[in-house]
Design a protein around this ligand. Sequence first.
Ligand SMILES: Cc1cc2nc3c(=O)[nH]c(=O)nc-3n(C[C@H](O)[C@H](O)[C@H](O)COP(=O)(O)OP(=O)(O)OC[C@H]3O[C@@H](n4cnc5c(N)ncnc54)[C@H](O)[C@@H]3O)c2cc1C
Length: 541
Amino acid sequence: MPGWSIRARAPRGTPRAGHALAGIQRDADVLAAFLEDAAHFPGGHADGLITATSEADISQALAGSTPVLPIGAQSSLTGGATPMGEVVLNTNRLNHILDIGTDSVRVEAGVTLLDLDQALRQAGRYYPPGPTFMGAYVGGIIATNAAGAATFKYGTTRDWVIALTVVLPGGEVLDIARGAVIAHDDGYFEILLSDRTIRVPVPRYRMPQTAKLSAGYFAAPAMDLIDLFIGSEGTLGVIAEATLRVLPVRPAMCLAFVPFALRAGALAFVRQVRGLARDTWRTRDPNGIDVSAIEHMDARCLELLREDGVDRSQGVSIPPGTEMALLVTLELPAGTSGARAYEEIGNAREPEAPDGPLRRFCRLLDAAGVLDDVEVAVPGDDGRANQLLAVREAVPASVNQRVGRAKQTIDPRIEKTAADMVVPFDRLEELLTAYETAFGARGLDVAIWGHISDGNLHPNVIPRSSADVDAGKAIILELGREAIRLGGAPLAEHGVGRNSVKQRLLEQLYGREGIDDMRAVKQAIDPDWKLAPGVLFSRQS
Ligand SMILES: Cc1cc2nc3c(=O)[nH]c(=O)nc-3n(C[C@H](O)[C@H](O)[C@H](O)COP(=O)(O)OP(=O)(O)OC[C@H]3O[C@@H](n4cnc5c(N)ncnc54)[C@H](O)[C@@H]3O)c2cc1C
């Protein structure tokens, strides 16, 4: 029987350092490597660095009076992993994969997705919902409720977390199993510490029903305590260990790069494929089209790829005049060989050819008039798959390069100006039109890409001046309201971190009262605001 209270325990292991300050690294050269995350949030500085090897080390780090910022791979795009005077708690030595079962894996927080994927691959298992960046740590993806390309089929990180071990700000430890601790009907949890009991109020706002959401604390009536820690961005506890659900069998995968002359054609195709994939999941038709992800790049993204020669270097041809390109991940029955896939593709137009998922997919492409322009990576052809993925990954990289160049050569105030919004798929066209109108009206240069199968888009400004950055931020705040009006959210997968625009978007989403409800949770669990202060929201309302 689940209850609403949970008892904390003492940390396991012996801390390497005798007391809190002894294990702190303060060498400026060592610290320098930890002062920035992938958002290049300015002004990073730290009071020291602790590299934890056990939950006892984490507990010890929290015993001091200095605030602590837990970090993973620092691939945060929000400044959430940039220290602002805290002691940095490095988790990269908590890198052990503890147990791989048939349908779950138990790992320490510092395991990278790449290492996890390799270990699972050897065991024939598969963890599908990770973000695109494979260097991210398990602790980081849980702390941000990260979501990747395959959310359409597999959901977000949250859906795959079965159990967590979390070190609380006071140094005691919770082992939380999904389903074991459910909020009291009156809207609270109780955490029994060795010397007192904490009552944690469940926030009263209602979360939007979107495919993905990384927007502060989870809240729902009868919610599970584990969900409060997932997505809490290091502000409530340090994740030391996690048990994740995995698939017992890894499907065969086929990637298709599909250029469309017209955006409307691309959107209609995505709509059709989403519907067919859902039919396949429902009917379990072995010949049905099964898609886990559809990524998209708009015309400006494709122009950037051409400018940087990425199309040539990766051997991908993008027909002139392409308005939108898609990268589709098709799942095929486990064990489908490359030869079998080529045979199905080759015979797709033959009326008498045997049925199969790839044949159906090719016929759909043919009906859309794009079959002859498609580039494919069949199962097992990792080289080609990596090229197609590299094309998609080159887009954010090329924007970031241009932002960096403009910052150096035009104005140091120039910074990455981007959004991460999600709407229900059937409202996506309206959001795209709103983007075009808003950015177009101010004459901004913008590239838009994203996880289109989830209705999740990342518009990125390519700034030519700091005025472009200011205008871009103002537009993102306007568009945040539009995404909310369309039933979506302005914070889909990257989280909120220290980014002031994202913190304002969080307030747009839940109102001041919503942020105050989050503050009440923080105050209950971390009364000294020791963990990641300033991430998600400020202490003062
Ligand atoms: C090229 C690129 C592509 C990306 N693609 C995606 C994508 O597709 N989807 C997506 O969701 N994100 C994406 N991201 C963003 C980023 O990878 C994710 O947010 C990721 O989950 C962060 O993991 P990390 O280990 O780097 O965490 P960090 O960046 O180090 O930390 C992120 C936050 O988690 C907290 N944290 C880290 N470890 C712990 C812990 N053990 N306990 C408690 N709190 C902790 C930190 O305090 C911080 O607030 C991308 C980033 C890059 C650079």
